[in-house]
Structure formats: structure tokens, C-alpha cells
Design a protein around this ligand. Structure first.
Ligand SMILES: Cc1cn([C@H]2C[C@H](O)[C@@H](COP(=O)(O)OP(=O)(O)O[C@H]3O[C@@H](C)C(=O)[C@@H](O)[C@H]3O)O2)c(=O)[nH]c1=O
Length: 199
């Protein structure tokens, strides 16, 4: 399946979508019957390159935007279990072949998938509807490993599906992308675990 540049790919049409290096979208297999469905979410032997230390459950109301955030020192994966979530990505790793590449994605509870977010790839979540999102992280929560920039900075190159989203005070007052680019370059997150980056 194809996706036009600027059009968010959905979990069902990932292969043709240019995602930043190391960002992967793994379809999950729901086993449905008359009672509902069951899908495995995590197996240690899946080659996601991510070994969670912490799991979080994010509940977010419709028209809420969280981001843009980036973690220089830990990786995450997320799975939307209910609702429709627009995910914006921006690669801020100076040594990445997809440095400064942006990508939009649409995740829904109906098409379950696991999205990996390597350290140094900035991300923002916009909830079209109320959403429930599982977030696994390779490190315990550390607010100093959660940097951000203003979601609406035009230099992000993100075509957000919203004009006036609800934001946290921190996200509303976030610095421009240029400041975040410099901060992430100083932190030098390298490439994601499991991918040789010459170090
Ligand atoms: C992320 C996180 C937050 N918290 C707490 C801190 C605070 O009281 C409350 C809400 O945290 P925040 O305001 O930072 O949440 P939020 O603004 O939603 O931040 C999140 O945005 C998305 C895009 C991500 O990628 C996450 O990693 C995280 O950065 O939850 C934890 O206890 N553990 C955690 O792992």
C-alpha cells in the first residue's frame, strides 16, 4: 500500500512510508472470536531492539496534543489500545541517515501495532478522539531525559491535523526546534540499540 508524502500512514500501510531510521511499526495479530480479541503485545525474542524496564498507561482526551518530546537516553515503544492517535516524528540524531526527516503516522486501537521510538527521535501525540496508549520505556522515568520543542514550529515540517489543541503549560511554553536540535546534538544519542553506528 502506498502513502503520499505528508499523509499519515496508518498501522496497516507502513511499508511504503519513509520512517526515520530505527523507527519500526510492528503489526500485532489480534485473535478474534465472539468474545472479542487477544493480541500479544510483547515477546522478548521479537527483534524490536527494545527491552522495557518501565510500562506506562497514557489516557488522553480528544484534542489533546503532547509534545514534541525527545529522550536522548532511552528508547520507547507505544501501542494505541483505543482511539485514534496522530503521531508526529522528527529525527534529531545528527549521525542518523534520516537526520531531520519528519514523518506523520496514524495509530488506532482497531489496527493494533507496536511503534518503536528510538532515543533521539522526537515525537508528539495528537488525540483525534480520547485515546488509551501503552508506553514501554528502556529506563525508569527521569524528567531530565524528556526535552521538548514547540509543536507548531514550522521547521518541524509537520502538517498537524489540528489548529488549537489542548496543551500542558510546559508544551505551550516550549522552545523552538532550533534549541532542541542543539540540545540533542550535545547529548549525542547515537543510533538505536541493535543498529551499528560505527561506535
Ligand atoms: C512520562 C512519565 C510521567 N510521569 C508523571 C509526571 C507528571 O506528573 C505526569 C505527566 O507527565 P508529563 O506532563 O511529562 O506527560 P506528557 O506531557 O504526556 O509527556 C509524555 O509525552 C509523550 C509524547 C512521551 O513521549 C512521553 O515519554 C512523555 O514525554 O506523569 C511519571 O510518573 N512517569 C513517567 O514515565
Amino acid at each position: 500500500m502506498s502513502a503520499t508524502p505528508g499523509t499519515p500512514a496508518t498501522a496497516g500501510e507502513t511499508s511504503a512510508t519513509a520512517l526515520p531510521r530505527g523507527v519500526t511499526l510492528w503489526p500485532l495479530q489480534p485473535h478474534r472470536d465472539e468474545r472479542g480479541s487477544f493480541a500479544e503485545l510483547y515477546r522478548q525474542n521479537w527483534a524490536t531492539g527494545i527491552e522495557p524496564r518501565q510500562w506506562g498507561l497514557l489516557a488522553t482526551e480528544a484534542n489533546v496534543l503532547r509534545g514534541m518530546h525527545v529522550h536522548p537516553r532511552h528508547d520507547e515503544f507505544i501501542a494505541v489500545t483505543a482511539g485514534r492517535l496522530f503521531v508526529a516524528l522528527k529525527d534529531l540524531r545528527p549521525r542518523s541517515p534520516s537526520y531531520l526527516q519528519a514523518a506523520p503516522l496514524l495509530l488506532t486501537g482497531e489496527i493494533p501495532a507496536l511503534l518503536t521510538l528510538p532515543r533521539g527521535v522526537a515525537h508528539g501525540f495528537y488525540a483525534h478522539t480520547s485515546c488509551s496508549v501503552l508506553i514501554a520505556a528502556t529506563a525508569y522515568y527521569d524528567p531530565t531525559d524528556d526535552l521538548g520543542c514547540l509543536w507548531s514550529d514550522p521547521d518541524l515540517g509537520i502538517d498537524w491535523p489540528c489548529r488549537d489543541p489542548q496543551l500542558s503549560a510546559r508544551d505551550r511554553d516550549a522552545p523552538p526546534l532550533a534549541s532542541l536540535v542543539a540540545a540533542v546534538a550535545r547529548a549525542d544519542p547515537g543510533l538505536e540499540p541493535g543498529v551499528a553506528d560505527g561506535r
